[in-house]
Design a protein around this ligand. Sequence first.
Ligand code: PEP
Length: 257
Amino acid sequence: MSSRTPLMAGNWKMNLNHLEAIAHVQKLAFALADKDHEAVEVAVLPPFTDLRSVQTLVDGDKLKIRYGAQDISAHDSGAYTGEISGPMLSKLKCTYVTVGHSERRQYHGEDEAVCNAKVKAAFRNDLTPILCVGEGLDVRKAGEHVAHTLAQLDGALDGVDAEQAATIVIAYEPVWAIGTGEVATPEDAQEVCHAIRRRLAELYDQELADGVRIQYGGSVKSGNVAAIMSQADVDGALVGGAALDADEFVKIVRFRD
Ligand code: PEP
């Protein structure tokens, strides 16, 4: 049994305005309050415009829900219109920030160099990156999914020291399973999550690799989460669509019930 605390993180993408965000987080807090769910860490990743509202709620009510952003600028300040910087996110007491989500890679051209710069920007500002890696369908069909995913990992971690890497969260998200209803089998998830852990041991050391949390993401729902979480190297889920329904997300958090 691993000592890694599972992390269930809800990626809201571009959904829920600040009023809906408050109602949603209140619902989560209420539903999770009657039970000690501390064995599972819960985080929400709202749009930037909701972060202040979520912060006020979480801080004010001392909720045990963490929050973070979906993206970060590689730069800390300056003439980068439309960007949100690490210092701004840490000022809002964000814990996490996703880096390299496949939608950022696909629609915003984020390559390994950009992901690497963003991972470093997160660490520079005391934020924990949730680094998203994973292959598209063509790569999977060609049987190159492990090599492809590890190359993304190598690129994003270039120049990241062991102290930083020990705290990172990796999300293995096969692109063909995101928002498609096409979930990877638990064995598919385990194969790549295990390969990621092995690579972390090669890049750093086994003790570090054993401590890093590796999530699976891609059409996770209450009905499939337990099977995925039963895999030895899967330490949580990055949840998109199903995280928009507070009741469903609570069921995912309570996957052991
Ligand atoms: C995601 O956005 O990271 C994701 C995994 O989405 P979904 O759960 O909807 O597939």
